[in-house]
Design a protein around this ligand. Structure first.
Ligand code: SF4
Ligand code: SF4
Length: 308
């Protein structure tokens, strides 16, 4: 099998496909002095799957997570599409989607999937940053690579840096600990500033929404990423359903992967912004029921403010 047929096979399931030698990726890492794990497979296919940009807002009864979680869990979507392609390719392979130790963005840049934006995301000329990335390590030696040409970059633009409410972005890089999307997915007591800055049930969309490279992007969709109604999360469900009941109702959604209590804590920050006192009794019972100090402390603090 040559690189062209490998590329064609993956193009049947993915919007953007690059095929590189593992050696090229390791050299790129070395040049940038990045440590990456050893890889036993000689070829890497780097994939991009576009997802749509739907703008939804919180209401007094339902809250919304980040745009990338609106469809089915992308980890599963990418894995099943990769498995489907590999059914017809008789070589051993490993899949990496998001939660693996490899440097997905470096691989994507090396394969020409897109440039590395100041918002820390890979930006493709056709799809902007609204793409999920995946990697497939294949036990197949290739003689040539199939890389795409990157012709764009951020240039002088600093719109994401200027718009980031927590100063997590700068010309020199990114401070993960300041990023809303990082801390609102972490089981911890939020500081007053973190509570004030959080704006979604899960994740943060600000630096993608302001990016000029995303204008007129996010229009492509795939069946798995169509709206299902589960992107609007009922506040009553959050505070009254058991973990199992909640997971059954909102099954397959990417925002579930850190558990329901994280969503409850983040929901409290939005209720506070809305000065929405309709759920005070439910919050009160949740403090007694959810024996997690990082949740109880935030819930107690916010309930006090909502009740005053
Ligand atoms: S996701 Fe939000 S907090 Fe994080 S860098 Fe982007 S704008 Fe800043
Ligand atoms: S907003 Fe501007 S600086 Fe930030 S990623 Fe987009 S183009 Fe680059």
């Amino acid at each position: 099998m040559n690189v062209k047929s490998l590329h064609k096979a993956f193009k049947s399931q993915f919007d953007i496909v690059g095929v590189i030698k593992t050696k090229t990726y390791l050299e790129a890492a070395k040049t940038l002095k990045l440590t990456v794990p050893k890889i036993d497979y000689p070829t890497i296919v780097v994939l991009g799957l576009a997802y749509p940009k739907h703008i939804l807002s919180h209401s007094k009864t339902h809250l919304v997570p980040s745009i990338y979680t609106f469809g089915m869990d992308y980890h599963e979507v990418l894995k099943s599409r990769i498995d489907l392609v590999m059914k017809n390719i008789p070589y051993d392979y490993l899949v990496g989607v998001d939660n693996h130790p490899h440097n997905e963005r470096l691989a994507a840049k090396t394969a020409g999937i897109g440039f590395f934006g100041k918002n820390q995301l890979i930006i493709n000329s056709d799809y902007g940053s609204y793409i999920f990335l995946g990697m497939v390590f294949i036990d197949l030696k290739i003689t040539d690579e199939y890389t795409l040409k990157i012709t764009d970059d951020c240039g002088e633009c600093t719109m994401c840096i200027d718009a980031c409410p927590t100063n997590a972005l700068s010309e020199n890089g990114y401070d993960k600990n300041k990023c809303i999307s990082y801390y609102n997915q972490t089981k911890k007591v939020l500081t007053d500033k973190e509570i004030e800055n959080n704006n979604l049930l899960f994740g943060c969309d600000i630096c993608q929404l302001v990016c000029p490279k995303n204008i007129e992007k996010g229009k492509i969709t795939h069946p798995e990423f169509e709206l299902s109604g589960k992107e609007l999360v009922s506040i009553v469900d959050l505070f009254t359903k058991s973990n199992k009941e909640f997971n059954d109702i909102y099954s397959n959604m990417a925002y579930l992967w850190k558990g329901k209590t994280i969503l409850m804590r983040n929901a409290l920050t939005i209720l506070l912004k809305q000065n929405n006192q309709d759920y005070n009794e439910l919050i009160k019972s949740s403090i007694a029921k959810y024996d997690m100090p990082w949740y109880q402390e935030v819930a107690t603090k916010i309930l006090k403010k909502l009740s005053s």
